[in-house]
Each structure stands twice: as C-alpha cells, then as structure tokens.
Ligand binder design. Structure first.
Ligand code: NAD
Length: 487
C-alpha cells in the first residue's frame, strides 16, 4: 500500500471540499453549483463554479509554464506523466467511487475507467514523435519536425469523464504543451480530484483544471491565450466550439457523437455474437459515443436475433451502481433522461413498431430506463436517424447486403461501425465500404492508445491517439538547410 500524503486522504468523502487547480494550487470560487447523483436524482455535493477571472488566471499560468515545459525533452515529460499515472493507480478506489456517485455507472465499470485512465496516461506518453527527413539530395536537407502549440483548452463530456480527459492530458502534455481542462458540469468532481492529485507531481501551471458551466467552455474556445481546443462532446456543441475558435484561428480537434451501425451477415455465429452486440449497445447505459446505435439483421434470422436480444435485455440487472452485480446504471442527467424518453415516445407512435423488451422507466427514484429492444421500426424514425445516447436499440431488417450498407451510411454521422460474420475477409471488404472512422469486424467498442480515433462527417474533425494524435497537438515545421559543398 503506498503511503498517502495527509492532504490526499479521504478523497471520496462527499463532504470534502473540492477545488480547481490553478498554477499548481487549489482554489475555491465564490459561487458553486449542485452535483446530482443520477441513481437518486438528489444532490450530494457542491462544486465550485469558476469565474472568468479564474479562467484568465489559469490560462496565464499555463502560458507562463509553457516555456520551461516545452523545453524539456520528451523523455522528461514522459517521466512526469508516468508518475501521474502511478498516482492515479494509488487512488483508483477513491476515484472510482466518486465516478459512480456522480456519473451513475456500476462501480466495476468506474474501476475500469480509472484503470484505463492510468493506462492511457502511461501508454500514450510512450508514443515517439520523430523528425522526418523529406529530402537530402546533396543540395538541401529538408526536415519535417513537430513543435508544441502552446496552451491547450480541453473540454470533456459526462459519459466517461476521467477516461476521456486522460487522452487529452497525455497527448497534450507529452507534446510539450500546457493545459486548461474543463469537465462537464454534470460530472466535475472526479476531474477536480485528478487536478488535485497532479499538484505535487506536475510543475505549477502545466495542468490546470477548472469546473464550471457551458459559458466557461465557450470562453475557453474564444480565449486569445489558448492555441488549440481539444473538444469531446455533442455535434451541436462541437459546431459552436469551431465557430468560437475561428476568431483566433485556433487549432481544433472535435470528437463528437455517433450513430454507429452494426451489420450482422447471414453467415454469422448468431448465438456467440448476439451477446457481444448487446454488450456494445448497452454499455454505460448506451451513453458511449461509439456504442452500437442501429443493428441491421438479415430477414431470415430477424426473429431469432430479436428474441435473443429481448431475452438479454429482460435479464440485464439495472440499478444503483453501488449495488453488487448491477450491470447498467441510470441515464446520467435529467436533460438526457428527458431526451431519451422523448425519443421513446416518438418510437411508440411509429406505425407497426414492436417493443420487445423494456420501453418503460423503473419505479424508483433516479433516471432509470429499462434496456429496450425495438423491432419493425422505419428508417426515418428519430430512433434510427438521431443519436439516442441511451439504452434503446432499434433492430432493422434487411434482405440485401448492399441495401444494408447504403442504409448504414445514410447518416450525417460517421464515428464507428461494425460487421459481424464468420468470414472475416468478407467482413473486412464490407467494413471498407462503411463511412466511419473506425470499423471493426466481430467486435465493437474500445479505444487503443496507439490507434488513431475520430469520426467521418459530422462525427468530428481530426484524430486523437497514436502518432497522429500526438502530432495533432503540435505544429509541423519544415527546416530547409543548404548542404554546404565539401571543400
Ligand atoms: P455537450 O456537447 O453537451 O458538452 C460537452 C462539453 O462541452 C461540456 O463540458 C460542456 O460544458 C461544454 N460546452 C457546452 N457548451 C459549450 C460551448 N458553447 N462552448 C464550449 N464548450 C461548451 O456533450 P455531452 O452531452 O456532455 O456529451 C455527450 C455527447 O458527447 C454525445 O453526443 C457523445 O456521442 C459525445 N461523445 C463523443 C466522444 C468521441 O470520442 N467522439 C466521446 C464521448 C462522448
């Protein structure tokens, strides 16, 4: 058991006052807002609400820290990030508890998010960025190299609050930038803790964390002291971020929503694959950007697949994430709960539709919805055309694979997709026809530190993860040197 500094004990106590991290120090705010536990729909903590002055000071601290941090070698910055990863592991239980309380996911899933956070901090900081000699022909040596951008504004959503932040921290800081991170006001607490845990590890000003409402995000996106925005969230907000960032022509990376299709081919091993498909649709209560949001099934196997999905849904254990054996928690907030219920009402009004499982809320406090399987719904219903971001899966029938591919592609989004088959080469060929940033064969979900991730179309702009991801936090620079003739 590592020795924990006195100041960092009792981190998961909801009574404990949490603070922003500005220039390596903790700071409260004059005003604060309530944080609600989605499993009870009741507030359990207050969160400091950063002022614009605090935002300006965080940006100034990050700018001041940039010169020294950017001059350090990759190896040095990597050591800092490895230490931070170890610190996160030391406090994994506390962080997971806070995530379950504020986000609602089962404690085992929150623990996985924290393990993933530590892993990403470590694995992404191991990525190597090398200069590339483009030409060396005796006359000129032309080298392409990458230099850090400056101060990164990082903005995160409420579905995987700390896990998604860790990608931005690792890539942004490894590249030599400093950062101001703003979590969602629905799930700010574990991210504030991350800031607190970093204070005696990272040099002051390198990593600042501010909690606050959407206006802090907007100001960050407009701020002249910020060089790049790395944003993860909805398509609508992503467009606003891009507009705000245009005033200073900031670099932007946008990781946005998805309406991911999965296509089951008629040769698939249905018994083995259906539970995997179910898991990839209902993970985190369907609140995953890359969850399966539409499932295309061949007509001759339609009833079989629908029955087995309905069976899985009826036996899925839903409840408070702290209860043992719970597999799915609530929707994370009232706004999302109301939105998903609205989509459900629209679904029920569709002609000929059948609700095979779920279709109702749970009779208890909290934002719970039973896992819902929907059959015989038209392609133009909201459940099919929009990102539901909740535990409702439409199962769509097809008779011809080309038709399934074109219906799968008929969306403004293009984050991920999957093809399920016993013939992986055939699966790979169909995968290449799908308009999505990542297409899996025989699985769906997961992001890997060394594999670029991002969306086609309105699912985003740019890529994170891997060499490409780290380079997106850097500016390419060409150095063109005449090669002196040998005397
Ligand atoms: P959201 O867009 O409502 O909010 C995301 C963040 O943006 C929050 O921190 C919010 O405070 C901030 N924000 C709000 N208005 C802003 C503005 N005008 N300027 C700057 N920042 C602003 O998203 P959400 O509801 O928190 O998250 C759910 C969405 O995120 C879903 O669409 C989901 O698919 C998407 N998502 C995408 C990925 C990915 O990697 N592609 C990962 C997770 C979630």
């Amino acid at each position: 058991m590592p020795k924990k500094p006195k100041s960092l004990r009792d981190l998961a106590n909801p009574e404990r006052e949490l603070t922003h991290t500005i220039d390596g120090r903790g700071e409260g705010s004059r005003s604060s807002f309530e944080v609600i536990n989605p499993s009870t729909a009741a507030p359990f903590a207050r969160c400091p609400d950063a002022s614009m002055d605090q935002l300006d000071r965080a940006v100034a601290a990050a700018r001041a820290a940039f010169t020294e941090w950017s001059r350090r070698s990759f190896a040095e910055r990597r050591r800092f990030l490895h230490k931070f990863a170890a610190r996160v592991r030391d406090y994994a239980d506390e962080l997971a508890t806070v995530i379950t309380r504020e986000q609602g996911k089962p404690l085992s899933n929150a623990a996985r998010e924290i393990a993933g956070t530590a892993h990403s901090l470590e694995a992404m900081s191991n990525i190597k960025i090398k200069d590339q000699v483009l030409r060396n022909d005796g006359k000129n040596r032309i080298t392409l190299q990458y230099r850090p951008l400056g101060v990164i504004g990082a903005i995160t959503p409420w579905n995987v609050p700390v896990g998604l932040a860790s990608h931005k921290i690792a890539q942004g800081l490894l590249a030599g930038n400093t950062m101001v991170l703003k979590p969602s006001p629905y799930t700010p607490l574990a991210t504030l803790l991350l800031g607190e845990l970093s204070r005696d590890i990272l040099p002051p000003g390198v990593f600042n964390v501010l909690a606050g409402g959407n206006e802090i995000g907007q100001r960050l996106s407009e701020h002249p002291g910020i060089d790049k925005i790395s944003f993860t969230g909805s398509v609508a907000t992503g467009k606003r971020v891009m507009a705000s960032a245009s005033g200073t022509l900031k670099r932007v990376t946008l990781e946005l929503g998805g309406n991911d299709p999965a296509i089951l081919l008629d040769d698939a091993d249905f018994d083995a694959m259906t539970p995997k498909i179910f898991g990839a649709a209902f993970a985190n209560c369907g609140q995953v950007c890359m969850a399966i949001k539409r499932l295309y099934v061949p007509a001759q196997r339609y009833d079989q697949v629908c029955d087995s999905l309905a069976n899985l849904a009826k036996n899925y254990r839903v409840g408070d994430g702290f209860e043992p054996d719970v597999q799915m928690g609530p929707l994370q907030n009232k706004m999302q709960y109301d939105k998903v219920l609205d989509v459900l009402e629209d679904t029920k009004r569709q002609p000929g539709v059948r609700i095979l499982a779920g279709g109702h809320t749970l009779n208890q406090p909290g934002y719970f919805l039973a896992p819902t399987i929907v059959a015989d719904i038209g392609d133009d219903a909201r459940l099919v055309t929009e990102e539901q971001f909740g535990p409702i899966l439409p199962v769509l029938k097809y008779t011809d694979v080309d038709d399934a591919v074109s219906r799968a592609n008929d969306t403004r989004m293009g984050l991920c997709a999957s093809v399920w088959t016993n013939d992986v080469e055939k699966g790979a060929a169909i995968a290449a026809r799908l308009e999505a940033g990542t297409v899996w064969v025989n699985h769906h979900l997961g992001s890997e530190p060394d594999v670029p991730f991002g969306g086609f179309k309105e699912s985003g702009l740019g890529r994170e993860h891997g060499v490409m991801g780290v380079q997106s936090y850097m500016e390419p620079q060409v150095i063109n040197v005449p090669v002196a003739a040998t005397p």
